[in-house]
Design a binder for this molecule. Structure first.
Ligand code: KG4
Ligand code: ZN
Length: 379
């Protein structure tokens, strides 16, 4: 089965072809540089960029793969959550193709697609605990099967990625700053008492990262020398990424950073990232405990970690430790499949199509904040 996937929920326009669960070809264009000028995604600009790019990316994908629309069995598209104007671009494009070709349309929950993405690289085992950490969402799921997700908990305010990006902004690092914070703190031992592990003193599975953000802001008020005097240039961002990569390869603390970076900044970054990672570890461990105590749920056979923030080294190692302790495999997509991409949408669409699910042309795009209805038609 050949599935063509479309993604335009935020600031990445991405398309991919997946055949029987295997990635055949993908194309993508990110608008990160454009939105970095404004310190965050500007919705109106994002939708205009998607509209400008989607047609040519579609042509490029067919050219690159040698596939024709006639060969495609289903058209999968991210239908939400996301920015409404952005979502509408790919949803309308996919609907147009479905109308013109008679191919099946499948609306995919963008967050479920993130969680299933590692299935492109390894076999997934269900039921699974889903740990989703992205720029807009932090959620825990009990995933009984690729088409049966129950949300166990979510953030009450900021998402983990938002906390990373806002702390980066306080430091005068460019948007989105999560990866820079990760690289700056690479292999530097954290100071565990510097920042709190927020919202753990309860018995629920929700998150709240706004207090941690305030703690960082207060701490920085007393340590202003760590704040960069000027925004890092894109050349110096590359220097930081290269230093982080070298630290990963050598296992040594990050070094050779640009001179405007204070020598104390790496430890602050490492301490902040550890506070987020420890919090995710604690709530994920609690979720496993709740599931094990629930007689109506079959035991978890794997942990799926996903979303842009799953690329973070400390979060990856914290959840790896959790999986080891519970003797279940951890599935994390490779970094390229962690950020928004077309392959995860095509793959999720393929899994849903296999169960006979599809949508009619009146399928709605769902903006962030509204629940995504389970309104599939069945073959
Ligand atoms: O899932 P994603 O690509 O977009 C959304 O759907 O939200 O996630 C983007 C988020 C941004 O907040 C970015 O700063 C963060 O992922 N991010 C990271 C890392 N790489 C990306 N955060 C921490 N460490 C990283 N290595
Ligand atoms: Zn996403």
């Amino acid at each position: 089965m050949l599935c063509l996937g479309f993604e335009s929920s935020c600031d990445d326009t991405a398309l991919a072809l997946v055949e029987d669960g295997r990635l055949i070809a993908d194309v993508a264009s990110t608008q990160a540089d454009l939105h970095a000028l404004f310190g965050g995604v500007v919705p109106e600009l994002a939708s205009r960029e998607h509209y400008r790019l989607i047609g040519r990316l579609y042509d490029e994908l067919l050219h690159k793969s040698g596939a024709r629309l006639q060969d495609v069995d289903c058209l999968a598209v991210s239908r939400g959550p996301g920015l409404l104007g952005s979502l509408l671009v790919a949803v309308s494009f996919a609907k147009g193709l479905a109308l013109g070709s008679g191919k099946k349309l499948i609306g995919v929950n963008h967050l479920h697609a993130h969680l299933l993405a590692s299935g492109l690289e390894q076999e997934l085992q269900f039921p699974a605990l889903g740990v989703l950490v992205s720029g807009g969402h932090t959620q825990l799921y009990y995933i009984a099967s690729p088409s049966d997700f129950s949300m166990l908990g979510c953030t009450l305010d900021d998402a983990a990625g938002e906390a990373f990006d806002k702390v980066a902004k306080m430091l005068n690092l460019p948007y989105p700053g999560g990866r820079l914070i990760d690289c700056l703190g690479m292999n530097i031992p954290p100071e565990r008492t510097l920042f709190p592990r927020p919202y753990l003193d309860n018995d629920n599975l929700n998150f709240s990262f706004s207090g941690l953000k305030t703690a960082v802001s207060t701490w920085l008020g007393a340590h202003q020398e760590l704040i960069l005097a000027r925004q890092l240039t894109s050349k110096n961002c590359e220097v930081v990424f290269a230093a982080g990569k070298k630290a990963v390869e050598t296992g040594l603390p990050v070094s050779n950073l640009p001179p405007e970076i204070s020598p104390q900044l790496p430890q602050m970054c490492s301490s902040f990232a550890s506070a987020v990672a420890d919090t995710l570890y604690a709530k994920s461990a609690r979720a496993l405990k709740h599931i094990a105590a629930d007689a109506t749920r079959a035991p978890v056979r794997s942990i799926l970690l996903a979303g842009g923030v799953a690329a973070n080294s400390r979060i990856r190692s914290a959840i790896t430790r959790l999986a080891k302790e519970h003797r279940v495999p951890l599935c994390v997509p490779s970094p390229a499949l962690c950020t928004d991409n077309g392959a995860m949408v095509a793959y999720a669409g393929y899994l849903l199509a296999k169960t006979g699910r599809y949508h009619t042309l009146d399928m709605e795009s769902i903006p962030r904040g509204r629940a995504i209805p389970n309104d599939y038609c069945m073959e």
